[in-house]
Design a protein around this ligand. Structure first.
Ligand SMILES: [Zn+2]
Length: 110
């Protein structure tokens, strides 16, 4: 049995609040304000990497389909452009895939 520090009425063991004036009898640990919570940017960055990787893969696939002779249209046979396509197509497909996988690695391990 004790007395309430606010109103002086009787309190009982185990009370956390005065039964008469609702004053707190148990002191709560002070919480220190440490500024706004730091939110991890990693998932967002990883998602951006995956999106850009997918976009590059799609560009590579479009290149393959529309220029690679996979459609019912004539293929551009200019040797210079053909060399560009032969260089750009695997670069886009492999690079995009690597970027996409990198995005997942960042998501999982970052
Ligand atoms: Zn009280």
């Amino acid at each position: 049995m004790g007395t309430c520090p606010y109103c002086g009425s009787v309190t009982y063991p185990g009370d956390v609040q005065c039964r008469k004036c609702d004053g707190a009898l148990v002191s709560r640990p002070a919480t220190l304000y440490t500024g706004p919570k730091k939110v991890s940017r990693t998932p967002q960055v990883a998602q951006d990497i995956r999106r850009q990787g997918l976009a590059v893969v799609i560009i590579g696939l479009l290149l393959k389909v529309y220029w690679g002779g996979c459609g019912p249209w004539p293929v551009v046979n200019d040797p210079t452009l053909l060399a560009v396509r032969k260089f750009a197509e695997p670069l886009l497909l492999c690079g995009g895939t690597m970027a996409y996988l990198t995005g997942w690695f960042v998501r999982i391990f970052g």
